[in-house]
Design a protein around this ligand. Structure first.
Ligand code: F6R
Length: 608
């Protein structure tokens, strides 16, 4: 959500900034802008729509000459996505330029105060308040002005600021919105995420909450909001720059679906040792695990869907009570939490505002929080008591696939760990489950190789108005994710229903030819789900079934069947989701949608 890039150094800033912004396109945005100091003044270029428009307008940055600058891709929150509201924003004399990611929650009061002092606003954004407020406090010392502003603003921010009077400096600050800084021999960089600057440096420093950075061409200084200088360690980014490239695939989403076998293997295999599940990162003894009375899983979107699966699997294997919550609900519902409970937050980005708030709320109440996180060094990873990393690698497509698949693995491993200490599965059954887990990467590979059939089937539905997904138990969790994958990238209305619930209202939407995808991977529920399939078929639905190899009985109730290979029913989600991801993808491709950057969506939802 919003991307920030800034540069100060020996090279022309604009091309570096534009290139960096293009690496952040995955975050979701609807306008873009750049400000560069040219030796006399700060010049700003902005455009609504894709970054390409800004690149063309500035001849890939050539028309904006200068060695210090900031750029931004905006995901509109306050004010429509037009050129005026795009960042950067100036102060009134155009000597200060600001880019911002986050929300200034008290901007209305600040705007009123500034207006009374004679400031005029040209945009509807909360960010413009920051530009004028810096101007208001600026008496020649930029650091002092910024710290004063940070004491006045409430909400979340990652900021990039340049001053015409101090062209040898670039400022950055952060609270609850991601921001990193990096350096090489030719200059210093700020960015919302690593891919933006990975081409230039692998040494990055994560800016923490309420810290300010002063960057010059050859060094960086870090300060608290009280202007005290602090020392910070940089980290080396290990992953390969190619991991954030399309590598010959038409879309990042397709590439990332194909990376699932590797992500699953990387997340799983190092944690199986000598026939046991070993999760050192938990930092909990068997006695401590045994003392956990209840588990709360809190997350958003697909990560929440992984959590729903986690609930079924943990309850089934470890016989422990699990409550799953949407983070946006959990944080405000004042939940009654049982003593001795453990909280698990699940997040690919590790920056999702609601999930982070849920983590903080849980910690405030004295609960230990485990983060299942993909992005190393992200806010959730840093604030959780312990972190179980999913090793999916960088995920660029807005619609998650490989991160979701690795979240499932992390939750299975936890379920098995709990099951082991609680002695709720026998040795033989446990060993069989580990064998089944180890087979998943190859089985996923096999399902992916079936993509042409699914593409053919998907092409029939590019004109669909509504598509329904039904399932029971874990199959319901799979349906939730299958439905979200389809709707978020193809813009076809879709709903997922617990199969038994459909006839309590929603079945009235089924018309002649409506596609209903029925997921049926849980043997003890086969007969029940078949009854629900028959019900919708009788009302004209075309039924696609996703079921286990050998369950040919289902062909009597389905019009089209996709079979998944044999595995323990607890792990069926990892297989059944693959054809549903492919289905959503190919429907969207068939419709000509912008698959990697669906409208209105952002990869990392850093505002609530
Ligand atoms: C959907 C999707 C989102 C995310 C959700 C949480 O494809 O990607 O629903 O799952 O925004 O994001 P993270 O996992 O980064 O907390």
């Amino acid at each position: 959500m919003c991307g920030i890039v800034g540069y100060i150094g020996k090279r022309q800033a604009a091309p570096i900034i534009l290139e960096g912004l293009s690496r952040l396109e995955y975050r979701g945005y609807d306008s873009a802008g750049i400000a560069v100091y040219d030796g006399e003044r700060i010049n700003i270029a902005k455009a609504a729509g894709r970054l390409k428009i800004l690149e063309e307008m500035t001849h890939n940055g050539e028309t904006l000459s200068g060695f210090v600058g900031i750029g931004h891709t905006r995901w509109a929150t306050h004010g429509v996505p037009n050129t005026v509201n795009a960042h950067p924003h100036y102060n009134k004399s155009e000597t200060i330029a600001v880019v911002h990611n986050g929300i200034i929650e008290n901007y209305i009061g600040l705007r009123k105060m500034l207006k009374e002092k004679g400031y005029e606003f040209v945009s509807d954004t909360d960010t413009e308040v920051v530009a004028h407020l810096i101007d208001y406090y600026y008496k020649g010392n930029p650091l002092e002005a910024i710290t004063k502003v940070l004491h006045r603003v409430e909400g979340s921010y990652a900021l990039g600021v340049i001053f015409a009077e101090h062209p040898d400096q670039l400022f950055a600050a952060r609270k609850d919105s991601p921001l990193i800084v990096g350096q090489n021999e030719e200059g210093c960089f700020i960015a919302s995420d690593v891919p933006a600057i990975l081409k230039y440096t692998r040494q990055v420093t994560y800016v923490d909450n309420q810290e300010i950075v002063r960057l010059r061409g050859d060094h960086m200084h870090f300060y608290t909001v009280d202007e005290e200088e602090i020392q910070k360690e940089s980290v080396t980014i290990e992953w390969d720059a190619n991991a954030a490239e399309k590598g010959g695939y038409e879309h990042f989403m397709l590439k990332e679906m194909y990376e699932q076998p590797k992500g699953v293997a990387d997340t799983l295999l190092p944690r199986i040792k000598d026939g046991e599940v070993v999760i050192d990162e938990l930092n909990m003894t068997d006695e401590e695990l045994l003392s956990v009375k209840k588990i709360y899983i809190v997350a958003c979107g697909s990560a929440y869907h992984a959590g729903v699966t986690g609930k079924y699997v943990l309850e089934s294997l470890a016989r422990i009570s699990v409550e799953v919550d949407l983070a946006s609900e959990f944080r405000y519902r004042n939940p009654v939490m049982e003593e001795g409970a453990m909280v698990i937050v699940v997040s690919q980005s590790g920056e999702t505002a609601d999930t982070l708030a849920a983590l903080r709320e849980s910690k405030k109440r004295g609960f230990k929080v485990l983060g299942i996180v993909n992005v190393v060094g992200s806010s959730i990873a840093r604030e959780a008591d312990s972190v179980l990393y999913t090793w999916a690698g960088p995920e660029i497509a807005v619609a998650t696939t490989k991160a979701y698949s690795t979240q499932l693995i992390a939750l299975y491993l936890l379920a098995l760990k709990f099951a082991r200490v609680r002695k709720t599965v026998g040795d033989k059954e446990f060993a069989g489950m580990l064998d089944d887990l180890k087979k998943l990467p190859d089985q996923i590979e096999m399902l992916l190789s079936n993509k042409n059939h699914i593409q053919k089937f998907a092409n029939r539905y590019i004109g669909a108005k509504d598509i329904f997904f039904i399932g029971r138990g874990i199959d319901y969790a799979i349906s939730l994710e299958g439905s979200l994958k389809l709707k978020e990238i193809s813009y076809i209305h879709s709903e997922a229903y617990a199969a038994g619930e459909l006839k309590h209202g929603t079945i009235s939407l089924i018309e002649e030819g409506t596609l209903v995808a029925a997921v049926s991977t849980q043997p003890e529920l086969f007969a029940k789900t078949i009854s629900n399939m028959v019900e919708v078929k009788a009302r004209g639905a075309f039924v696609l079934a996703v079921t286990n190899e050998g369950n040919i009985e289902i062909e009597k109730a389905a019009d089209y069947v996709i079979y998944i290979p044999e595995t323990n029913p607890c792990f069926a989600n990892s297989l059944a989701i693959i054809p549903l991801q492919l289905f959503g993808y190919y429907v969207a491709v068939g419709k000509g949608c912008d698959v990697d950057k669906p409208r209105n969506l952002a990869k990392s939802v850093t505002v609530e």
